[in-house]
Write a protein that binds this ligand. Structure first.
Ligand code: WT7
Length: 641
């Protein structure tokens, strides 16, 4: 397969970019010709950002699995689609060829059909990073069911909330998941999540850890049994087939929950055709993937990065994607480098938090590993600091690999601003230039567009791109108010950004009450609600503070009822509450008990002050004159942890 739409020079980038902005319809129609359609489109693009309503390739029909699997079978059926590296390095690697992937996805499609799953039904997938997770996701897409993958680190309560919001009637899970030396009892968490749930009809359980589980008769079934049965149905005389459901271009492909500044996580909805084009186009152009390369994205498929750059991007390009079950520091901090060496990885796409953490273990873990196969490095999820950038470049890339700093979000579906590896210039800590089709603008707090270079403001996008969020599941109004009302006719990202003198973009971080902890997105309100579930807590306020490894840490100010003689025990208790309500990823790094919070006369908590104190700032707190009781500030400063 050749990729005619891969940009190869800086001049070509500028030319293509220009074309994509001047005539997006002609531009994307030409790209779309490279995919398999069951029916071509009537129109390329209809959009407005006021409702919002965005339609790409209206009238067209396709199935994304034909683009990710079937079309590769004739030319690369026996090549690896997925290389799976287990958590335990002693266990054997699994290589999934495109032929094998096709068979397994057909089986899952048949299995789901047997279980009563229909087109448009929501299927919740709660599994560890095993190849069966990929089969499950693609099996849903084959029959037109909407997958909603929930990260294996979320609590039973979080799963329950997501099941309810998505009105899901089907779940695919594992008995347990292995991550480092931990064993997460996934099925038992599902059981807890299902207490009181009246909608879920079937739970499919794949055996990974052999953890004992309880199976509810009539509801719970084993993956192995169902898949074996399905195998006989999809395979006749050695020929495997399960027809791919014809889907409308704008039918939803998946829901993925992500945190905002208010309320519970929202279900971001992406639709099929636009998302597919974007995942594919950005994968090929940003990483400059060439046939035969091994691409290793270290994310979990429970996040958007895994959806777009472990599954849909690479597979739609017929690439080889490495899927890793474990964590970077187990059995030791050399695990990533060992995997690169063992599988001769060419592209390594990871998060700044992982780089900073591994940096801290020193070069001993890098020393004896052969990293010469690496050609491209990538960073995603949070701003990468210059120190980490240089360490990554020197010690892992050996000074010869470009680093792509890719800015994007769950809502954008794929990479929006990034250099193209070896094609457009890189600049440490800068995401640099927009991808073709992306029209970024910076606005000041009054919504005035900031023109020219050397400016900073809030980052918005002014033109519809193929994989822009379509809605938040079940609540379109929430989508509108969250993203499309802050600045009329623009998508607001929630990020602050500056544009340097050369026009390079540098993302400075969230400007709303959303935290980025180790690349995980967490809403302060969500953490506060969880803390407040503790019976002794009267009120709490959560802010972020700079953290050397995590990027941001979570700092919680808590008003606790009565005295707490055993302060450390109370803190433990609160941490457990947060773990139980959201998951361990949302546990505060610091808890400070306070007697009052800095509030304005209208009762609004002044987070600006709390952020300063959490940052260790005590002298320049700023104006406190509008506070109801300015004295609380001194008390809080005295007790800062
Ligand atoms: C937020 C989105 C992108 C997929 C993984 C995270 C931050 C993301 C960068 C980057 C600076 C970045 C932003 C964004 N972010 N990439 N290269 N440089 N910041 O997706 O969970 O939806 O989080 O992550 O603040 O808004 P997400």
């Amino acid at each position: 397969m050749t990729y005619p739409y891969q940009i190869k020079t800086l001049a070509q980038y500028h030319e293509v970019y220009q074309k994509s902005i001047e005539n997006p319809e002609a531009f994307w129609a030409e790209i779309a010709e490279n995919f398999v359609w069951k029916k071509k489109w009537d129109s390329v693009l209809n959009w407005n950002f006021t409702e919002p309503k965005i339609e790409w390739f209206a009238g067209a029909q396709l199935n994304i699995t034909e683009n990710c699997i079937d079309r590769h079978l004739a030319t690369r059926g026996e090549e690896a689609a997925i290389i799976w590296e287990p958590n335990n390095p002693e266990e054997r690697t699994r290589i999934v060829t495109y032929n094998r992937l096709h068979k397994r996805v057909c089986q899952v499609a048949q299995m789901l059909t047997n279980l009563g799953v229909k087109k448009g039904d929501r299927v919740c997938i709660y599994m560890g990073m095993v190849p069966e997770l990929a089969y499950a996701v693609l099996g849903c897409a084959r029959i037109g069911a909407i997958h909603s993958v929930v990260f294996g680190g979320f609590s039973a309560q979080s799963i329950a909330d997501r099941l309810e919001d998505a009105q899901a009637a089907f779940i695919i899970t594992c008995d347990g998941a292995e991550r480092g030396n931990k064993n997460i009892p996934l099925k038992s968490l599902i059981d807890d999540a299902l207490i009181g749930n009246k909608l879920v009809k079937k739970v499919v359980v794949y055996t990974r850890t052999r953890t004992p589980v309880s199976m509810l008769k009539g509801r719970d079934v084993w993956w192995e049994d169902e898949m074996e049965h399905a195998e006989h149905q999809v395979e006749k005389n050695g020929v495997v087939s399960f027809p791919a459901e014809p889907m409308n271009a704008e039918d939803p492909l998946f829901i993925l929950y992500t945190s905002g500044s208010t309320g519970k996580p929202k279900g971001v909805v992406h639709s099929i055709a636009g998302y597919m084009l974007w995942a594919n186009y950005t994968f090929l152009n940003v990483f400059q993937y060439q046939k035969g390369m091994v691409h290793f994205c270290t994310a979990d498929i429970g996040w958007i990065t895994g959806h777009s750059y472990i599954l849909y991007g690479p597979l739609s390009a017929g690439a080889t994607s490495l899927m890793f079950e474990g964590i970077p520091t187990w059995p030791d901090a050399g695990r990533f480098w060992e995997i690169v060496d063992k599988h001769q990885v060419n592209i390594l796409y990871t998060a700044p938090t992982a780089i900073r953490s591994l940096m801290g273990f020193g070069l001993d873990y890098v020393k004896n590993k052969d990293l010469s196969s690496l050609k491209v490095l990538g960073s995603v999820g949070e701003p990468i600091n210059e120190e980490a950038w240089h360490w990554f470049s020197q010690n892992i890339g050996k000074g010869k690999c470009p680093i792509v700093d890719t800015w994007w979000q769950t809502e954008t579906g794929g990479i929006m601003i990034s250099n193209l590896a070896g094609v457009t210039p890189q600049k440490p800590a800068h995401a640099t230039l927009p991808l073709p089709g992306v029209l970024p603008v910076l606005v000041d707090e009054n919504g005035k567009e900031l023109v020219g270079n050397g400016v900073s403001g809030n980052l918005c996008i002014k033109q519809a791109w193929p994989s822009v969020i379509r809605t938040t599941y079940g609540d379109h109004e929430r989508c509108r108010t969250n993203y499309f009302t802050a600045y009329p006719n623009m998508y607001f990202t929630g990020d602050g950004c500056l544009r340097d003198e050369e026009g390079n973009y540098r993302i400075t971080g969230r400007v709303d009450d959303v935290l980025n902890v180790s690349g995980h997105r967490i809403g302060t309100a969500e953490v506060e609600n969880a803390i407040n579930m503790h019976s002794g807590v009267v009120e709490s306020a959560v802010v972020g503070y700079p953290h050397d490894i995590k990027g941001q840490g979570i700092y919680a100010y808590v008003i606790f009822e009565g005295s707490h003689h055993e302060e450390s025990l109370t803190k433990q208790d609160i941490l457990q509450t947060v773990s139980r309500i959201i998951g361990a990823i949302a546990k505060p790094d610091k808890i400070q008990f306070v007697t009052g919070l800095p509030k304005t006369r209208s009762g609004k908590i002044m987070r600006r002050i709390l952020r300063k104190i959490a940052e260790g700032e005590t002298a320049n707190i700023g104006d406190t004159s509008t506070l109801l009781d300015p004295a609380v500030v001194d008390d809080i400063i005295k007790g800062a942890v």
